[in-house]
Ligand binder design. Structure first.
Ligand SMILES: [Zn+2]
Length: 71
């Protein structure tokens, strides 16, 4: 079984057994989100964000930590 998104109820690709610190799109105060709801709720659309969605999952964390960073 996979987790479902706490907002829209869609099934995610995250296993229920996965430790939360290894998960993508997991929010401590909310729970597991799907990528769509994660970006909609916590990451307003900017050109940088849209570009970020094309990056690998590992890089998503960097974008989230420093959403307005320009390097
Ligand atoms: Zn969702």
């Amino acid at each position: 079984m996979n987790e479902v998104c706490v907002i829209c109820g869609d099934e995610t690709n995250v296993s229920e057994d996965a430790p939360v610190d290894t998960r993508n799109y997991y929010v401590d105060t909310a729970g597991q989100l799907c990528p769509t709801c994660f970006y909609d709720s916590y990451h307003p659309d900017t050109p940088e964000d849209i570009a970020g969605r094309a990056l690998s999952d590992a890089q998503v964390y960097d974008v989230f930590k420093n959403p307005w960073g320009k390097e």
